[in-house]
Design a protein around this ligand. Structure first.
Ligand code: RIB
Ligand code: CA
Length: 327
C-alpha cells in the first residue's frame, strides 16, 4: 500500500535528498512538489527540484508547482551562506521543463480535496504555503491526513539564531498559523533530534560517496557546501533533517520515541522571532502536535545508504562546474 504525499520544499541540499526519498522509495506515491521561499533564490530552488527529478530518473513524471515567493509578512531571509546554490553548482538544460501554471497553494488545496483524509504532506521549508492554503480553504487542514513538519527545536538550540530554527524563523506568522489550523502534525525538530540522529560524519559520507551511483554523486555534491558550513560552526558532519522527515512518514518504525506537545511560535519577540515553544503536560496546554524525540539513527543511515545505492538513469546530462557530467 503506497502513501500519497506532496513535498512542500525550499529545495536545497537535504531538501533534494528528501525528494530522492519520495521519488525512489516504493512506499511513496509523490503526487506533486510545491515550492516555497526559503533556503536559496526561488528560481534556483525550482531548478534544484528539476535536477533532483532528473538524477532520480523521474524527470517529467512529477508536477512542480511554484508557491509563495516570500513569507506572509516579513522579508525573505536567505540561507545561501549555508547552502550556496543548494546543489554544488550542478545544472542541466531546462528547455522544455518548468513548473505548472497552477499555483502551489492551489495545488495543495486541490490535491487534498480530491481524496479527503488520504493525502499526507511533508513540509520541509518555511510554512508559508501551508498557512496560505489553510486560510484560503477552511477544509484544507481537515482534508490532509498527516502533516509532517521539519522545524523548530524542542527546548534546544536554534540554528539561524540562538532561539530559532531557520524554517520557523523565516516565516514565524505562517508557522504560528499552521499549528493553530487543526492539522494532524508530527514535528521533526532541529535540536536535539537532527543534531543527534541525522548527522553523518566523514566515514559515513565516504561510504555514501563510494557507492558510485549517479544519485550518490549528486548527494555528495549537493551536500558539500552545507557540510563545510556545518564544520565552520562546530557541527562535525552533514545534517539531514528534511530527508529524515520524509523517511519518518514512510517508515514510522524509525521513530523510537515521540510525545504530544503544545507547540506555538514566537512572532512578537525581537530576540526570539521564530522560537518554537514546545510545552509538555505540566504546563496545562492542549496538545496540538506530536514531536519526535528519538530516531533509530543507524536504521536511518542504512535506509538512506540503500536508497543512494539504487541505479538510476538521468533523462538529461547533469552538468558539473568542471565541465564533466553525471549520467
Ligand atoms: O533548519 C533546517 C531547515 O532549514 C532545513 O529544512 C533546511 O533545508 C532549511 O530549510
Ligand atoms: Ca528545507
Amino acid at each position: 500500500m503506497t502513501i500519497p504525499l506532496v513535498i512542500d520544499t525550499d529545495t536545497a541540499q537535504d531538501d533534494c535528498v528528501a525528494l530522492l526519498v519520495a521519488l525512489l522509495d516504493p512506499l511513496a506515491d509523490l503526487r506533486a512538489i510545491t515550492m516555497v521561499a526559503g533556503n536559496v533564490g526561488f528560481d534556483q530552488q525550482v531548478r534544484n527540484a528539476f535536477l533532483t527529478l532528473n538524477v532520480a530518473g523521474r524527470l517529467g513524471e512529477v508536477p512542480v508547482h511554484t508557491g509563495c515567493r516570500r513569507p506572509l509578512v516579513r522579508d525573505w531571509v536567505s540561507a545561501e551562506n549555508v547552502h550556496g546554490d543548494g546543489v554544488g553548482g550542478m545544472s542541466m538544460d531546462m528547455a522544455g521543463h518548468g513548473p505548472q501554471a497552477e499555483h502551489g497553494v492551489d495545488a495543495l488545496i486541490r490535491l487534498a480535496a480530491e481524496r479527503p483524509g488520504e493525502l499526507s504532506i511533508v513540509a520541509i521549508g518555511p510554512l508559508t504555503n501551508l498557512a496560505a492554503a489553510s486560510v484560503k480553504d477552511p477544509d484544507f487542514a481537515r482534508n490532509v491526513k498527516a502533516l509532517y513538519v521539519m522545524g523548530g527545536s524542542n527546548n534546544g538550540h536554534g540554528n539561524i539564531t540562538a532561539a530559532a530554527e531557520f524554517n520557523f524563523y523565516v516565516d514565524p506568522e505562517a508557522a504560528k498559523a499552521v499549528f493553530r489550523a487543526g492539522f494532524e502534525i508530527t514535528v521533526l525538530p532541529w535540536d536535539p533530534v537532527t543534531l543527534r540522529h541525522a548527522l553523518f560524519a566523514q566515514p559515513a559520507l565516504d561510504e555514501l560517496a563510494a557507492l558510485g551511483t549517479p544519485i550518490s554523486e549528486f548527494f555528495t555534491r549537493a551536500c558539500a557546501a552545507t557540510l563545510e558550513f556545518n564544520r565552520n560552526v562546530g557541527i562535525d558532519g552533514s545534517t539531514h533533517p528534511d530527508s529524515l522527515t520524509a523517511a519518518a512518514l514512510l517508515h514510522p518504525e524509525l521513530v523510537t520515541r515521540a510525545a504530544g506537545y503544545h507547540v506555538d511560535i514566537e512572532t512578537a519577540g525581537e530576540l526570539t522571532r521564530g522560537y518554537s515553544a514546545m510545552s509538555w503536560g505540566i504546563h496545562g496546554l492542549t496538545e496540538n502536535a506530536t514531536v519526535i524525540e528519538e530516531i533509530d539513527s543507524a536504521g536511518f543511515y542504512r535506509y538512506l545508504r540503500d536508497l543512494l545505492a539504487k541505479k538510476t538513469t538521468c533523462r538529461l546530462p547533469i552538468l558539473l562546474p568542471d565541465g564533466a557530467t553525471i549520467g
